[in-house]
Design a protein around this ligand. Structure first.
Ligand SMILES: Nc1ncnc2c1ncn2[C@@H]1O[C@H](COP(=O)(O)OP(=O)(O)OP(=O)(O)O)[C@@H](O)[C@H]1O
Length: 292
């Protein structure tokens, strides 16, 4: 019953390193068989998780949503059990599965939690555990990554948010779900497995990681004033009654445009002119708190 902790030393501006000290302390006290691997750069967690998936019973991501996404892509298709220790800046997926982000409680789950099968999304060839999206949010996420090299984090985000808000003209998407197809000038569209993204926003309040479906939030492009009003509701998940917002449940989603657009997958971005999403029901075994 050995456990591998995959720690991203850069996650949460070094928070993951502190959490890793705590993990080691606890494991020694409990005399548990464990190992720790530190990632050396982007995508390293995929390789580490893939190579470890035959020899470790539990593989635990210690970092943010980006590290978790990589660990999921590494263990996909194996029998390893996934553990999630949030130690990033956003930790959006952890908010879906844990009632609180207290590290001591979460360590109890890693050692003695209940193993359950949950759904995993796939976008083109990449798996995701939480939320994928396209539209204004993905454009902002993509641009922030570039601006971050020039400005500090929060300033980079605010600067990009304002600039994108002013210039965004909507994207004309051809959208195909299980039962319906339509074309719409779109503010944003999500394929959600988890509930939270972007540091706690709630696009699909009823998303369920065990129901075998994506919850899709589609929002038609809006005037700038309406976007600002929507943002407040979107943060709390109370936007679903607005007339330009539609929520669907679907197993498949396809979005296509005449020009390239950005897709945000668990917080990482890629550029394409067609994104095909499918849900893989009960695809990964994960450790969840016993009362969940
Ligand atoms: N040693 C490393 N040096 C630099 N980057 C790394 C290293 N190891 C992993 N990474 C990359 O760091 C990125 C960010 O990690 P992660 O998303 O887990 O943390 P975060 O950004 O602090 O948290 P969150 O996504 O929850 O806001 C990932 O895309 C990952 O590929």
């Amino acid at each position: 019953m050995s456990i591998l902790f995959i720690v991203n030393p850069k996650a949460g501006n070094g928070k993951a390193l502190k959490v890793s000290d705590k993990i080691q302390e606890k494991m020694k006290i409990l005399k548990k068989d464990y190992e720790i691997a530190y990632t050396k750069g982007p995508e390293d967690a995929i390789t580490i998780a893939r190579e470890a998936s035959n020899s470790f019973n539990k593989i635990v991501s210690v970092g943010g949503d980006g590290t978790l996404n990589e660990v999921v892509n590494g263990i996909a298709g194996s029998r390893s059990i996934l553990g999630v220790i949030p130690a990033g800046t956003g930790n959006d997926f952890a908010k879906t599965i844990y009632p609180s982000l207290n590290i001591d409680d979460i360590l109890k789950t890693i050692i003695d939690g209940e193993v359950k099968s949950i759904d995993i999304g796939k976008c083109n060839n990449k798996y995701f555990i939480n939320i994928a999206s396209a539209g204004i949010d993905a454009e902002i996420a993509h641009r922030v990554q570039r601006v971050k090299k020039l400005l500090p984090g929060k300033l980079a985000y605010l600067n990009t948010l304002l600039k994108t808000l002013v210039t965004y003209k909507g994207i004309d998407f051809n959208i195909k779900l299980d039962d319906v197809s339509f074309r719409a000038n779109t503010l944003l569209i999500t394929a959600s497995n988890g509930k939270f993204y972007g540091g706690g926003m709630i696009p699909t309040p009823d998303a369920d990681i065990k129901d075998g479906y994506f919850d899709v939030c589609h929002i038609k492009n809006l005037s700038k004033i309406k976007i600002i009003a929507l943002l407040y509701k979107f943060l709390k998940g109370t936007h679903t009654q607005i007339k330009e917002v539609t929520i669907f449940k679907t197993k498949r989603l396809s979005i296509q445009a005449n020009k390239n657009f950005i897709v945000n997958i668990d917080g990482e971005t890629l550029e394409t002119n067609e994104a095909n999403f499918e849900i893989n029901k009960e695809f990964i075994n994960i450790l969840l708190p016993r009362n969940k």
